[in-house]
Write a protein that binds this ligand. Structure first.
Ligand SMILES: [Zn+2]
Length: 275
């Protein structure tokens, strides 16, 4: 599943290619992804893409008349291809540009979304309740402590809650908690100031590293191979249950937390309040 770093990588990768590009034609081969695809042809034809941004895992293509919202769902991809590239089975939408290239949306599982709004996109029903962006100055130790105070819910599902902070998927939550030395099942209300001061920078560091590494695979997805960036990453705990911890050598433990499999080190990640 494309996670926030992959989506950010896509935004950074597409921006120099698509900013100020003009859409010549729209082809919709599938009426519905997660929701029906709106009638885009009249809205997008001859429109120039002013800006490409991101909110959570939504890509926002800003056009003069409104904003195209794209979510990649479980298996979506956006590729920039020469227009003569023949469409394959799961290629649902093409935006043909006046320069002859095509922006192609591919999604085998069809859990993604392509939507349109001519109002402020940040007020769209899917976006308006999203929490803070983890890589902005709004995501601070004070904000996290305010959100965790008196909460009995485990810390890992709390940081994965997009109403609190967006874009921290299972991989990045597990890796951030390991880096910060915090047990994933610790009740959030026990988070100390010291732990919050480690966790917030750990989350930012893990996401930034993933974006930096995603950047190295950028040319691949621009060429059509949408390999998610996290395959390139060195992961400390995610997917390593039973293997020795890279710090202390103890076998890593695994259990299910908030319906998600969680890997952690009992030695390195503490459950209780520190002195
Ligand atoms: Zn360890």
């Amino acid at each position: 599943m494309p996670e926030l770093p992959e989506v950010e990588t896509i935004v950074q990768g597409l921006k120099p290619h698509l900013q100020d590009a003009t859409i010549k034609q729209v082809t919709i081969r599938t009426p519905q992804l997660r929701w029906p695809i709106p009638a885009l042809t009249g809205l997008l034809k001859h429109q120039t893409i002013r800006q490409i941004t991101r909110r959570g895992k939504y890509l926002l293509f800003e056009l003069p008349q409104g904003t195209l919202l794209i979510h990649l769902g479980m298996s979506g991809r956006l590729c920039l291809l020469p227009h003569e590239t023949p469409p394959q089975r799961h290629d649902h939408v093409d935006l043909l540009l006046t320069d002859g290239r095509v922006v192609r949306y591919t999604d085998p599982r069809r859990f993604g979304a392509i939507l349109w709004t001519n109002a402020c996109p940040l007020q769209h029903p899917l976006l308006k309740d999203l929490g803070v962006e983890p890589l902005t100055e709004a995501f601070t130790e004070a904000y996290l402590l305010q959100q965790t105070a008196k909460r009995r819910r485990a810390i890992k599902p709390l940081i994965m809650d997009s109403k609190i902070v967006v874009g921290i998927g299972n991989i990045y939550a597990a890796e951030s908690l390991f880096l910060a030395g915090i047990h994933p099942a610790m009740p959030a209300g026990l988070l100390t100031k010291t732990q919050a001061a480690r966790l917030v920078p750990a989350i930012k560091q893990i996401l930034e590293r993933a974006i930096a590494q995603g950047g190295t695979t950028l040319k691949d997805f621009v060429n059509g191979d949408g390999r998610p960036g996290y395959f390139a990453q060195q992961l400390e705990v995610y997917g390593r249950a039973g293997l020795p911890c890279n710090v202390c050598g103890e076998p890593l433990k695994s259990h299910v937390l908030g319906q998600r499999s969680t890997v952690f080190c009992e030695q390195c990640q503490k459950m209780h309040k520190e002195p």
